[in-house]
Structures are given as structure tokens and as C-alpha cells.
Design a protein around this ligand. Structure first.
Ligand SMILES: Cc1cc2nc3c(=O)[nH]c(=O)nc-3n(C[C@H](O)[C@H](O)[C@H](O)COP(=O)(O)OP(=O)(O)OC[C@H]3O[C@@H](n4cnc5c(N)ncnc54)[C@H](O)[C@@H]3O)c2cc1C
Length: 507
């Protein structure tokens, strides 16, 4: 069976790995020059900086994926658990670390905001763990459920139970039940942005992201782009062929089912099945042909997730003790998201900084280091001067906590327009559809489409964005394809058995 995977993002790579391991003939087409998609590096001066994901969680997803293919994750990528999950900063002198050790986090919160805040954190942690436990099996691991399927599978028998996962209230509002200190509400509300969403519109269910992070963050040696490379290398070792610098122009459909993929140069690759790892908006908008557009629904601009302005720099960082992951919070979170929602860049942004050369063990040095700074932004095009202003306000936010950056090479700034170009159809939205409102998670398409032979994988597909979730979507897409194939074989066997035994054949 021939399978073509369009896109070497993590969803496509995982699907390719699993299918190649199962013995299928797999070809991966990638318009870029290397694997990883958003898990990318950009050259800055003489070095390269990871410019996409930097926080690696849910390690079990990759452990399982590697094990299912007869490999050991630890033998392919270097992973070191982080003792400090993240450092958070507000006004000068206001700093709070969350730790891998929950007791250490409790002690830090008590010292930062008092014993009631610590008790609130304990209650919040317990609730977030409960939401996660309810949803891991039926939502994260499984094919896309409908709200009714989910209610049944998660054992949510009534409204009271459903209330447990809090889909009908916003994360921001729910956090008020645990924290009176606005800084803590801001800290835990920020987890909504991991799905490209606003804490003021996302359901409280997203508190499960806080649980995920509390279960461990790992430093990946060489950065997360290295993890994508490792998955691609293993897929190659299992027989998948990779064609980089090769864009799919269309998915060929004949007689209602997939028959191949057309390339830019007019070549057609015949395929019995296609896994599309491009943003689903690219499919829906017809970028892969009119026939294939039936497989997905357009995402209205108002429902797109966040984009970002990223700033990659090799710089000397002075005046603030950066951890590997540090968040500098804006003075007014509600105002920041109101501006983003209105389509503007924030004038006082919250800034995430990944100091990629630091681990918990290594003390800050006075050598230039590799830094990724990220500001949330709406998914629309901005003029160069607007982006420049954004970088200025970003620096202002950092310097409010004392941090100054002195670049030793020209930094690289990437805004929504560049992301739109890198990920066609996305309009710069980095996480597919925003998780706003209780229904949003059910609006993401599942792996199977209404076109036989066409499957979807990636962060814009169920179960959602983030490296482990997109990887999970690739796993689900491959499993769906394999199951459909064995179902088809079983019905052919049944047909032959019936026909040869002299019965009527009704395939
Ligand atoms: C700046 C940033 C920070 C992030 N931080 C984190 C983080 O800390 N932790 C985390 O877990 N997640 C994070 N994420 C999210 C995470 O990176 C993504 O959810 C995940 O990597 C998406 O994977 P994907 O499978 O959707 O593929 P993508 O990465 O979207 O890749 C899709 C690939 O398809 C290719 N493609 C598209 N169309 C075609 C075509 N027609 N022909 C050939 N190829 C095509 C593209 O070139 C691309 O390589 C971050 C994302 C960004 C951008």
C-alpha cells in the first residue's frame, strides 16, 4: 500500500514513522528543506536558535511512539528533567518559580503570596489533575469524540459530573475560585496560550495544561528541532522516503476516493492513502485542490488561534537572573488580550524568554547566549514599523524587570505574516482554531475525513496543538488508516469466502 504524507511537521512525521514501521510504502513531501515544521531553527550570527516550541511535556507520548516502533526514545534524544518548570516575573523584585517538586512550588507560592494562596494552589492542582485524568483516555488518546461520546466514555453521567471538567466557564473566571492574587490568576491563566487561546475566552477545562506541565518539563539536548529530526531519522530507518523542497499542489481524487498527490512540477505520485499534515485551513481553502476541500471546514478569521512575534537573538543578558524558561508578565492581562482580540499588537506584552543555553545546573554566564523571546499576537499581517514597535515594547517589558539584552549578532524577528508564509492557509494562526467556548475542541476535525483514503494529522486537528498533541494526532491518523485497511481486507476475505462457497457476493 502506497501512502503519501504531505508535510514533515511532527504530526506527519509520527504518522510516517508508524506506517513505515507497519510495512507500508511511505513518501513524505515537505516544502521546506528539513523536517519539523514549527519545530524549526533559525540561523543567527554563527549559531542557530530554536525558534518554535521550547517547552517539552508529556514525554510519555514520545516514549510510547518510539516503543511501538521498536526503539527507545532516550537512545535517540538526550532528555534532562527540569527542576524549575518556569520562572515568572512581574514588577521589579516580584518573582515566582514553579518547580517540578510540588512541595517546592507550594513553599514558593506561600512565600510569594501567603498561605491562603498556597491552599488555593493545592485545590487548583487537585482539580486540574482530575480534569486531565477524566480526559486523557477519551479525548487525548482517542479519535475525536462528539460531546455525547465524550460524556459517555469519560463516565460523566450527569450535569454535575460534566461540571467537573468545567467546559462552561472561562479559565479566567474559574481561577478566581482558587486565587485572589491577580498575579497567580495571570500565571495559571497563561496556560490557555499553549493552545493559542485567551484565558478570558477559553474554557476552564484548559487547566489540564497546568497539570501537564506540573508532571514534568524536559530539556531536549539540541532543542526540540532535534526531536523532530530524530523522529524523521527513525522513520527513514524504517523505510519512509523523504522529499524535501517538494510542495504538494493538490490531492488527486477519482471516483470519490484519493488516488494520488500532484506536485508543483506536474508530477503525480500515485497513492492509496494520503495523510495531510498541512494546516486544515489550507485544505478547506482549496490550496490542495477543489476536491480535497470537501474534507475540512473553513476556519473563520474570528475563530483563529493566536499568532506570535518571535525574536531570536544571540545576546548578553544582564540585570535579571534568567531561568531556562522565564515569563515576564504585562501589567494588565485583560487589557493585553482585549487588544489582541481587537486585532492589535499588545502595547504592554507578556514576554516569554527561552534561554536555550541554560539548564537548571548551569549558572548564568557573561558570554553571549541564545535567546528566543515570544509575544502573543493576533493572526493578521502587520507593517514592518508595527513589528518594530512590538519589539520595542517587548524590550520595555523586559527592562521593567531589569533585564537588558545586548545583541552580538543581528537578531531575527518573525511575525504573523512570515508564519502565514511558512504555514500556508494558517493566516499566521499557529495553533489552528482557538479553543474559545466549550464547543471549540469538538470543531477540530478528526483523523478520518469524508473522502476515503484521506486522513488528517497536526496541531489544527484533534486532539489539538502542542508538540505532544500534534504527535498524538499523527498516531491516531496512522492507526485509523491501518484499521480501515485491515477492515477492508477482512471484507474482501469475507467476499471471497462467500463467493467461492457459492453464496451471493455482496461486498
Ligand atoms: C513560536 C512557537 C512556539 C511554540 N511553543 C510550543 C511549546 O513550547 N511547546 C509545545 O508543545 N508546542 C509549542 N508550539 C506548538 C507546536 O510547535 C505545534 O503545535 C506543532 O509543532 C505543530 O505540528 P504539526 O504536526 O501541526 O506540523 P507543522 O509544524 O504545522 O508543520 C506542517 C508542515 O507541513 C508542511 N506543508 C504544508 N503544506 C505543504 C504542502 N502543500 N506540501 C508540502 N509540505 C507542506 C509545512 O512546510 C510544515 O513543515 C509552538 C509553536 C510555535 C510556532
Amino acid at each position: 500500500m502506497k501512502v503519501v504524507v504531505i508535510g514533515a511537521g511532527i504530526g506527519g512525521l509520527v504518522a510516517a514513522l508508524r506506517l513505515a514501521h507497519a510495512g507500508l510504502e511511505v513518501t513524505v513531501l515537505e516544502r521546506g528543506q528539513r523536517p519539523g515544521g514549527k519545530m524549526r531553527r533559525v540561523p543567527v550570527g554563527e549559531t542557530a536558535i530554536d525558534a518554535g516550541p521550547t517547552v517539552f511535556t508529556m514525554r510519555w507520548v514520545f516514549e510510547e511512539i518510539f516503543a511501538e516502533c521498536g526503539a527507545d526514545l532516550g537512545a535517540h534524544v538526550g532528555l534532562e528533567p527540569a527542576a524549575i518548570l518556569a520562572r515568572h516575573a512581574w514588577r521589579p523584585g516580584e518573582q515566582l518559580d514553579l518547580h517540578a517538586d510540588p512541595d517546592a512550588s507550594e513553599a514558593a507560592i506561600a512565600e510569594f503570596a501567603g498561605p491562603r494562596a498556597r491552599d488555593g494552589y493545592r485545590r487548583f492542582r487537585a482539580r486540574a489533575a482530575e480534569v486531565y485524568a477524566t480526559l486523557e483516555g477519551p479525548f487525548i488518546r482517542g479519535e475525536r469524540p462528539s460531546p455525547i461520546d465524550l460524556t459517555r466514555q469519560a463516565g460523566l453521567s450527569g450535569l454535575g459530573d460534566l461540571w467537573r471538567i468545567q467546559p462552561f466557564t472561562t479559565l479566567w473566571r474559574a481561577l478566581g475560585d482558587y486565587f485572589t492574587d491577580p498575579r497567580l490568576r495571570q500565571l495559571f491563566g497563561r496556560y490557555a496560550t499553549y493552545c493559542g487561546s485567551s484565558p478570558f475566552a477559553a474554557p476552564a477545562t484548559l487547566m489540564l495544561v497546568a497539570h501537564v506541565e506540573s508532571q514534568g518539563v524536559w530539556h531536549v539536548a539540541g532543542g526540540l528541532s532535534r526531536l523532530a529530526g530524530a523522529v524523521a531519522a527513525l522513520a527513514g530507518a524504517r523505510g519512509a522516503a523523504f522529499r524535501y523542497g517538494t510542495a504538494a499542489r493538490g490531492i488527486a481524487v477519482q471516483g470519490g476516493r484519493v488516488v494520488g498527490v500532484d506536485l508543483d512540477d506536474g508530477e503525480r505520485l500515485p497513492a492509496d492513502a494520503v495523510i495531510c499534515n498541512a494546516d486544515v485551513a489550507a485544505l478547506a481553502d482549496g490550496l490542495l485542490g477543489r476536491d480535497a476541500a470537501r474534507a475540512a471546514e473553513t476556519v473563520p478569521a474570528s475563530e483563529r488561534s493566536l499568532s506570535a512575534v518571535t525574536f531570536c537573538a544571540q545576546a548578553r543578558a544582564a540585570g535579571f537572573p534568567l531561568a531556562r524558561h522565564t515569563v515576564f508578565f504585562s501589567g494588565d492581562y485583560a487589557a493585553e488580550f482585549a487588544r489582541i482580540r481587537a486585532g492589535h499588537l499588545p502595547d504592554d506584552p507578556t514576554v516569554y524568554v527561552c534561554a536555550q543555553d541554560r539548564s537548571d545546573a548551569s549558572a548564568p554566564s557573561d558570554r553571549p547566549e541564545r535567546l528566543l523571546c515570544l509575544v502573543n499576537a493576533p493572526a493578521r499581517t502587520f507593517s514592518p514599523s508595527e513589528i518594530e514597535t512590538c519589539v520595542t515594547t517587548m524590550r520595555r517589558r523586559l527592562s521593567a524587570s531589569g533585564l537588558t539584552l545586548s545583541e552580538t549578532a543581528d537578531p531575527v524577528t518573525t511575525g504573523p505574516a512570515e508564519f502565514a508564509h511558512l504555514f500556508p492557509g494558517s493566516a499566521g494562526a499557529l495553533y489552528g482554531r482557538a479553543s474559545h467556548g466549550w464547543m471549540a475542541s469538538f470543531k477540530r476535525p478528526g483523523a478520518r475525513t469524508r473522502i476515503p483514503g484521506l486522513y488528517l494529522a497536526g496541531g489544527s486537528v484533534h486532539p489539538g496543538p502542542g508538540v505532544p498533541m500534534a504527535a498524538q494526532s499523527g498516531r491516531i491518523a496512522a492507526d485509523s488508516l491501518l484499521r480501515d485497511r485491515s477492515g477492508a481486507r477482512a471484507s474482501i476475505r469475507g467476499w471471497i469466502a462467500t463467493a467461492t462457497s457459492g453464496g451471493t457476493s455482496m461486498p
